[in-house]
Design a protein around this ligand. Structure first.
Ligand SMILES: Nc1ncnc2c1ncn2[C@@H]1O[C@H](COP(=O)(O)OP(=O)(O)O)[C@@H](O)[C@H]1O
Ligand SMILES: [Mg+2]
Length: 286
């Protein structure tokens, strides 16, 4: 699995978005309205924001499925507006979407995962290696001979992720990959994604409306009306419950509880987002 590993030390910039504007079909409304963003190699970035704030449009910009009306999107040294560079960019930035059923095309899991490397023109031994490695990375190796329709939603999403991994991208962009899953499926996908990031150093950009997923990030950005409205670590963002709510977002339940207790005059910190931490703080009052 060493192929996914990145060297420790200074993190390189992988994606740079500069002053990005976009509107669909020349409508009057800018869906992306001046976005600036840098993503570093190995980072786990979460994007949140209410419906229609431009998250999916931004995601599609990152691998050149859409190209800017104004501004630039760069992936390493390539720009999405340069037609010749799109192929390289698509290989470096893989996308996973919400609906697992729309993403699996073959009748057998391993054939599905092989689809990407086959398109890259790799020889069959290499393809087999990549398929095995990618399925292992998402914990789906024992399902390699299964038909996708016999898998659960979470398993299908992990196969979809494996299909992207088999192309050896530098970055995974996941657009609400857990939105259609039950809690068990959601956990299995999140665990796989976190493992890819933490153990294999994969850069992850994860769009979600589940705040319990957002707290796993190195950095969160909040989109609002086509702009980045807030940005920070989970601790920085969730210590501003009132501000988060202004953008019609939830905060984790435990954070809300800590916030309300603080409002009632209890002397506890404002950046609590897991139960253990709240219990620890409350135990101080024993
Ligand atoms: N294909 C499309 N054609 C026209 N308008 C679109 C299209 N896709 C999205 N939009 C509009 O762009 C805005 C942002 O959408 P989107 O990027 O999907 O936001 P989000 O993912 O945050 O919900 C919305 O107002 C949406 O209606
Ligand atoms: Mg969306």
């Amino acid at each position: 699995m060493a192929v996914f590993l990145y060297q420790a030390g200074e993190k390189m910039q992988l994606i740079k978005v500069e002053d990005l504007y976009y509107r669909y079909n020349n409508s009057n409304d800018w869906v992306l309205n001046g976005v600036d963003l840098e993503v570093k190699e190995g980072e786990f970035l979460v994007i949140v924001g209410h419906n229609g704030s431009g998250k999916s449009t931004l995601a599609k910009m990152l691998n050149g499925l859409l190209v800017p009306d104004k501004g630039i999107v760069k992936v390493m040294d390539n720009q999405t507006s340069n037609h010749d560079e799109i192929w390289d960019i698509r290989q470096q930035v893989g996308m996973v979407f919400q609906n697992p059923d729309n993403q699996l095309v073959a009748n057998i899991v391993e054939e599905d995962v092989a689809f990407g490397p086959e398109n890259l023109g790799l020889e069959s031994q290499k393809i087999r290696e990549r398929v095995a490695e990618a399925l292992k990375a998402v914990g789906m190796e024992e399902f390699r001979r299964y038909a996708p329709h016999n898998l659960s939603g979470g398993q299908k999403q992990r196969v979809a992720i494996a299909g992207i991994l088999a192309m050896h991208p530098k970055c995974l962009v996941l657009d609400e990959p857990t939105a259609m899953l039950d809690p068990v499926g959601r956990d299995s996908v999140m665990s796989a994604v976190q493992r890819l990031n933490k153990e294999l150093g994969m850069t992850v950009i994860h769009i979600t409306h589940f705040m319990t997923e957002a707290i796993k990030a190195d950095r969160i950005i909040v989109m609002d009306q086509g702009k980045i409205a807030l940005e920070g670590t989970p601790e920085e963002l969730f210590s501003q419950v009132d501000r988060i709510k202004r953008y019609h977002l939830d905060v984790p339940q435990v954070t809300e509880l800590a916030f309300q207790l603080q409002k009632e005059g209890l002397d506890i910190p404002s950046d609590i987002f897991n139960v253990d931490r709240l219990v620890e703080e409350l135990c101080c009052f024993k």
